[in-house]
Design a protein. Structure first.
Ligand code: OAD
Length: 230
C-alpha cells in the first residue's frame, strides 16, 4: 500500500511555529500581499527579506514534535511507500528523519537568484543587496513559492496521488490550491482519504474519514495503528 501525506502549518504548530489562518496566525499580523507575492517583493524587498529572516530564525530555534517524528518512523517501519508532500517551508520533517519529502512551497533554508535561477543554501540573514554567487546580480530571494507563482513538483505529486492507496492530510486548512484539491485527485484515483486536523478543515467533507485533535497526539496514534495493522 502506498501512502501520500500532505502536511501544512498545523503539524509544526506544537513546535512553536505559527500557522497562517488561526486567530493569532501569521496572516493576522502581516499583510499577505506585502510579504508573500512577487508584487510585494518588487515593492519592498527589504520588508519581505525581514519577514523570511524572522521565520528562518524561528525555524532554527524550533524542534520537530511528536507528529514529525511519528511520520519519520512510519517511513522507516511501514512496508509500502510513504511520501510526504509539505506546504511548509520549515525543515522539521527532515530534522525528524523523514527522507521522502517534497516542499511544494519551497524551503526557508534555500535561496534562489531571480535573474539566473541559481539556487544555494540561504544564509541566516538575507538582504536585497546580496549578490548571486553565480551571476553576481543582486536579485536574490528566498526559494519559497509566493501567491501567484507555480508550486514546485506538481507533475511528480499528481503522479504519486494517482498511484496512492491512502491519502492523509495533516494540519492544513484546505484553503490554498492546488494542495486543497489533492484529496479529490487521490479519491478520484481510488485512494482512501483521511484528515487529521485540530478542527474540520475547509474541505473536510471531501475526506472519507476525519480525526480531530492536536497533531502531536493524533498523528503518533494513527501511525501506531498503521504499523500495528500491516
Ligand atoms: P493554515 O494556517 O491555513 O491552516 C492551519 C491548519 O492547521 C488549520 O486548519 C488549523 O486548525 C490546524 N491546526 C492548528 N494547530 C494544529 C495542531 N496543533 N494540530 C493539528 N492541526 C492544527 O496553514 P496551511 O493550511 O498550511 O502558503 O496554509 C497553506 C498555505 O497558505 C501555506 O503553505 C502558505 C499559506 O499562505 C504560502 O505562503 C504560499
Amino acid at each position: 500500500m502506498n501512502i501520500v501525506i500532505l502536511t501544512g502549518a498545523g503539524i509544526s504548530a506544537e513546535s512553536g511555529l505559527g500557522t497562517f489562518r488561526d486567530v493569532d496566525g501569521l496572516w493576522t499580523k502581516y499583510d499577505l500581499e506585502e510579504v508573500a507575492t512577487p508584487e510585494g517583493f518588487a515593492r519592498n524587498p527589504a520588508l519581505v527579506h525581514e519577514f523570511y529572516n524572522a521565520r528562518r530564525k524561528n525555524c532554527r530555534e524550533a524542534a520537530p514534535n511528536a507528529a514529525h517524528s511519528a511520520l519519520a518512523r512510519l517511513e522507516q517501519e511501514y512496508g509500502g511507500a510513504v511520501r510526504i508532500v509539505t506546504q511548509n517551508v520549515d525543515n522539521l520533517h527532515e530534522r525528524a528523519g523523514s527522507r521522502a519529502v517534497r516542499h511544494m512551497h519551497g524551503e526557508l533554508s534555500r535561496a534562489i537568484c531571480a535573474a539566473c535561477m541559481h539556487r544555494w543554501d540561504a544564509p541566516e540573514v538575507m538582504a536585497p543587496e546580496d549578490p548571486c554567487p553565480a551571476c553576481g546580480v543582486a536579485a536574490t530571494r528566498p526559494d519559497v513559492v509566493w501567491f501567484g507563482e507555480f508550486p514546485y513538483f506538481m507533475d511528480e505529486i499528481y503522479a504519486e496521488l494517482a498511484g496512492c492507496d491512502l491519502f492523509v492530510s495533516i494540519g492544513t486548512s484546505g484553503n490554498v490550491y492546488p494542495a486543497a484539491g489533492f484529496v479529490e485527485a487521490a479519491a478520484g484515483a481510488g485512494a482512501e482519504t483521511l484528515e487529521l486536523n485540530l478542527e474540520p478543515s475547509f474541505n473536510a467533507s471531501a475526506f472519507m474519514e476525519r480525526r480531530q485533535g492536536p497533531a502531536a497526539k493524533i498523528v503518533p496514534e494513527w501511525v501506531e495503528q498503521v504499523i500495528a495493522g500491516q
